[in-house]
Design a protein around this ligand. Structure first.
Ligand code: PLP
Length: 405
């Protein structure tokens, strides 16, 4: 028998503020499922949970790579064929000043590596509020204090330049743009990108432009504008990946495109490569699907966008006709972020909605939002029948909880 009792092992204090609201709600849903109910999942942005299928030629390419023995470690930056395809993709995105490209295990790893390679203790990175929670999680992990700038709801969720200017400190090293945006579905205007570029030049910032949804633009005749195309001189890492555009989130394939003044960005890119080598490599066989995905048939995107437009329109119409709700119409990706006027927190709203109507959305406070406002995020990937049923449940919940007295 050991003479001392094993004591509790505390997690690092830095993790105190790490939240991932999207998955944290799962405990409440599990409770409801255990009671025998079916939950309508409007919470996770995985198209493969719904009526979207991975293009077969992409699966074939990964399968062939496995059969051909591409099962060992890959080169740390990625396999040459994939890197070449990503460079061609950068050219199609009109990014002319490409300095380097590298493959990662999803955009999640690109975010982690690129932020870790830049910030020192005491420095900060500007992140949007609301944001995709991975950014704040990575910063917490590194012990970096959050410095979030507002997106302006009354201006189509564009970054609020005056707030960015207020939040800049002498220790700010970079700024994150998510375009198209999760959770708001907004797109940055060219003018906004130009203004952010000007700010980045003045303050010597690296711009992290998360463009993982760049092929899911829901407006007709509205091309996506890459930040790095607007500002070829500004040090920028453009994040892209296969999860959303090519319907393989489980493969974990993403990439970074480093652009900007070659001399200025060189030491930073070398830092990224040190981390790329330390983590060995990204998933190997799946990298052979990058070229067929980016350069092969794109037909599936027409069908994906058609479905998403119809589901976005249904969602927007419902938001506009439901008491206590308003919503900036989403223009890209598959998220809507309606505002709700209720006398309690949006977290209580969301948890009670799961318990009472078995509909799962995510509370706005899980993404960060302006104090005094409440929102929730809808993933409008499910088919129209499921969405209609879910929206009827939410409307009934609002009526019963806030309107009847
Ligand atoms: C804005 C944004 N960036 C990055 C990611 C992570 O993507 P990946 O699956 O490539 O890690 C997501 C996933 O939902 C996202 O919405």
């Amino acid at each position: 028998m050991p003479i001392t009792q094993t004591r509790e092992i505390a997690a690092a204090g830095r993790l105190e503020n790490v939240r991932y609201a999207i998955r944290d709600l799962a405990c409440v849903a599990d409770e409801v499922i255990r009671q025998g109910h079916q939950v309508l999942p409007l919470n996770v942005g995985d198209p493969l949970n719904f009526d979207f299928q991975t293009p077969p030629h992409i699966i074939e390419a990964a399968y062939k790579a496995m059969r051909d023995g591409k099962n060992g470690y890959a080169p740390s930056p990625g396999v040459p064929e994939a890197l070449e395809a990503i460079r061609s993709e950068a050219a199609r995105k009109r990014i002319t000043s490409v300095h380097d490209v590298f493959v990662t295990a999803g955009v999640s790893e690109t975010v982690d590596l690129c932020i870790s390679a830049l910030v020192n203790p005491g420095e900060d990175i500007l992140t949007p509020k609301p944001d995709y929670p991975l950014y704040s999680a990575v910063l917490c992990k590194l012990g970096i204090a959050l410095n979030a700038y507002d997106l302006a709801e009354n201006d189509g969720w564009q970054p609020e330049l005056a707030d960015i200017a207020r939040k800049l400190t002498p220790h700010t090293r970079g700024i994150v743009l998510i375009n198209p945006n999760n959770p708001t579905g907004s797109l940055c205007s060219r003018q906004m990108l130009e203004q952010i570029a000007e700010l980045a030049r003045r303050h010597n910032l690296v711009v992290f432009s998360d463009e993982i949804y760049d092929k899911l633009i829901l407006e007709e005749n509205t091309p996506h504008i890459a930040f790095a195309a607007v500002a070829p001189d500004v040090p920028c890492i453009t994040f892209g990946g296969m999860s959303k555009n090519y319907l393989v989130p489980g493969w974990r394939i993403g990439w970074g495109i480093a652009s900007g003044d070659a001399v200025a960005i060189k030491p930073y890119v070398e830092g990224i490569h040190r981390l790329l080598r330390a983590r060995l490599c990204a998933n190997h066989p799946e990298q052979y699907a990058i070229k067929p995905a980016l350069e092969g048939p794109q037909d599936h995107l027409i069908e994906v966008r058609r479905k998403l437009r119809s589901r976005r329109d249904l969602t927007q119409k419902w938001c506009e006709s439901t008491p206590r709700m308003s919503c900036v119409a989403p223009r890209g990706a598959f998220y809507a972020f309606p505002r709700i006027d209720i006398p309690e927190s949006d977290e209580v709203f969301v948890k009670e909605l799961i318990r009472q109507k078995h509909v799962m959305v995510v509370h706005g406070s899980g993404f960060g939002q302006k104090p005094g406002t409440q929102h929730f995020r809808i993933v409008f990937l499910p088919d129209e029948g499921t969405l209609t049923k879910a929206y009827a449940g939410i409307a009934e919940f609002i009526r019963e909880r806030y309107e009847s007295s």
